[in-house]
Structures are given as structure tokens and as C-alpha cells.
Design a protein around this ligand. Structure first.
Ligand code: LMR
Length: 335
């Protein structure tokens, strides 16, 4: 005797067929594409890898963070557009790159000699100012998760640099920050905004004569192979805002989001612990290479750089906000 095919048996059969598919879908990890422009062996590069590892551990494989270093996917400006469009989910652009997006207050971090050291910087990033600045990203479709350090910058050039005057007339690559532009002009140099991925070739072919960056960026980009001179000026800071696409982030299940928050906290702690070591090692490696002569400033020379560059704070107050600069001075007990 044959059984009549009822609606119930059809539905039951369909459920059996669909079960493995539903299971596979439930198991498919949430993918976070984390794009950045630097090498893997830098504070940001290793920070991204560490975050990926912690995210996998803490979500038990439910999140897969794919890290794309070296501008492999996008260059400086494009990566911000890609995040807004949701083509990638996570970035960590330098704080000097948010001006074109309309968040020019981050350029306060570019003011020369504003942070005497990392402890002072940390007071700002971990305090009220840091939180307020991050919140400015929300209307742009981003959510700021953390501040990551790189470190303090050095100058490199195709001729010896010791005093501020040595920068006169030099064409110098900078990031897209008006404060950095003003800083180079204060030195009598000619600033040229350029994507990070284009710097090596521009230096090699003489499109620009010099640049500023952290030792870890200079070394990992092989800048020291095309720039025979440098000065350990420590004149400014490079750090990052780790940001996600806001809609993506808010759409994550709450348990996943809190695991990722923890992974980010762990990665931030680690990044800020090892970044100085990365930069110190880069200086040692460049010195050992014999390819670049890195000048250590005398205390008198250092004073000359400070005297030349401090006026940039006043000059750029209308750009980043005079109250913000005062608040930073006050929090640090400086001026
Ligand atoms: C640069 O463009 O010089 C740096 O901001 C690159 C980076 O992300 O450290």
C-alpha cells in the first residue's frame, strides 16, 4: 500500500534536506576584513595579527579576521571610503589622515612636540579628550574602538639634517594633515601629501627629497636604503584610531561584539607595550645596516627644533580648535 503524499510529509522531507545547510550556515564564521597600509612587522601590523588571533580564540572561531597589510587592498584615502561603503569592516588609519573626512580635531596629535612622552599621550587617549574625539567618527559611519601607538617620528633626507635650517627648500612627503603641512612650512620645506605606498618610489626617483615617519615605518619600508641621512628628532607622534563600519558593528550579535571588545582591549594593551620596542629595534637595525647615518640631536639642537616648531600650535589653533589645545595642555600640565 502506498502512502499518500501529504503537505506534512513534504515539509518534513524539506526540513531534513535543509538541516545540513542550516548547520553549515550557522557554522560559517563572520568575516572581518582588516585592511591597513603598513608592513606586518610594525606595531600596527603585528597588532592587527594579534587582534585576529584573539578574536578567533574568544569567539571560538565564530569570527574570522582577515588582515590585509601593505595597501594590498586599498591605499590611504581609498581605505576610508571602502570602510564607509562596507567593502572592508576594520581599519587603523593614522590620526593624521582624518582631516579630509572632516574630523580635523585628530590633527591635534600631529602638533609638533605637544606630547613630552608616551605617558603624557596616554593621558589624552585614555581620558575625556580621547573619548570625545572618537565620538566624532560616529556621524561618518564609523565607530572608534581604540587608540594604538606607533611612536615618535624621525626625519630622513638625501642630505645631512641636524638643525631645522637644514630642512629649508627640501620637498618632503607628509600625510594628509594640515598641521603637518604647517609644520613643514615652518621649517622652510615644501610639503607634498602622498599615499604611504608611494613614498619609497618617490624618494628613490627624487620626486621628494625627504620624509618624516616613525623608525619602524622607515625601516620596514626600506626608506633607509634610499635616504642616506636622518635625524632622531622625535618632533611628532604617529598613532592610530582602530575603526569599524558602524552599521556592521551594531549588527553583530551582542555576545560576539563583547568578545571582540575584549579581543580589542587585549590587542591594544599589547600594541602599546611593544610599539616602543619595535621602534627602538628599527633604529638599531638601520644603524647596523650602514646605509643611513642617523644623527642624534644635541640638547642645544633639540631646543632649536622646539623653538622653530612650537609656534605651529598657535598657527593651527583655528584648525584643530584652540579650546582642544588648551585642554590638552591642561591635562598634561604643559603649554
Ligand atoms: C604614513 O602614511 O606615513 C603612516 O601613517 C602609515 C601608517 O599607517 O603608519
Amino acid at each position: 500500500m502506498t502512502h499518500p503524499i501529504t503537505r506534512r510529509t513534504v515539509l518534513a522531507g524539506a526540513a531534513v534536506l535543509a538541516a545540513p545547510l542550516a548547520f553549515a550556515q550557522a557554522q560559517a564564521p563572520i568575516v572581518i576584513k582588516f585592511s591597513h597600509v603598513v608592513a606586518p612587522n610594525t606595531p600596527k601590523g603585528s597588532g592587527a595579527e594579534f587582534f585576529a588571533k584573539r578574536a578567533a580564540e574568544l569567539t571560538k572561531g565564530r569570527v574570522k579576521v582577515e588582515v590585509y597589510p601593505n595597501s594590498q587592498l586599498y591605499k590611504d584615502k581609498e581605505e576610508l571610503e571602502a570602510l564607509q561603503l562596507g567593502a572592508v569592516q576594520m581599519l587603523a588609519p593614522s590620526l593624521a589622515k582624518f582631516g579630509p573626512l572632516g574630523v580635523k580635531e585628530f590633527e591635534a596629535f600631529d602638533l609638533p612636540f605637544i606630547f613630552p612622552d608616551k605617558a603624557a599621550l596616554r593621558k589624552i587617549t585614555d581620558g575625556a579628550v580621547g573619548a570625545r574625539l572618537m565620538a566624532k567618527l560616529d556621524p561618518k559611519g564609523f565607530k572608534g574602538l581604540a587608540y594604538w601607538d606607533n611612536g615618535f617620528k624621525i626625519m630622513t633626507a638625501n642630505k645631512p639634517i641636524m638643525k631645522p635650517e637644514d630642512m629649508k627648500g627640501m620637498k618632503v612627503r607628509i600625510q594628509s594633515s594640515k598641521v603637518l603641512e604647517a609644520q613643514m612650512r615652518a621649517l622652510g620645506a615644501i610639503p607634498q601629501v602622498m599615499a604611504f605606498s608611494e613614498v619609497y618610489q618617490a624618494l628613490q626617483t627624487g620626486v621628494v627629497d625627504g620624509t618624516e615617519n616613525t623608525p619602524s615605518n622607515v625601516y620596514s619600508q626600506k626608506t633607509h636604503e634610499v635616504q642616506p641621512f636622518g635625524a632622531l628628532t622625535d618632533h611628532g607622534y604617529i598613532g592610530y584610531a582602530v575603526i569599524v563600519n558602524k552599521k556592521f558593528w551594531e549588527g553583530l550579535p551582542a555576545d560576539i561584539r563583547s568578545a571582540l571588545d575584549q579581543a580589542m582591549k587585549d590587542a591594544t594593551e599589547r600594541n602599546n607595550e611593544v610599539s616602543q620596542r619595535d621602534n627602538d629595534e628599527a633604529i638599531a637595525a638601520m644603524k647596523a645596516s650602514g646605509k643611513i647615518k642617523l644623527h642624534t640631536l644635541t640638547p642645544e639642537e633639540k631646543q632649536l627644533w622646539i623653538a622653530k616648531l612650537k609656534p605651529v600650535h598657535k598657527e593651527m589653533a583655528s584648525r584643530v580648535g584652540p579650546a582642544l589645545i588648551q585642554e590638552i595642555y591642561q591635562a598634561l600640565g604643559t603649554k
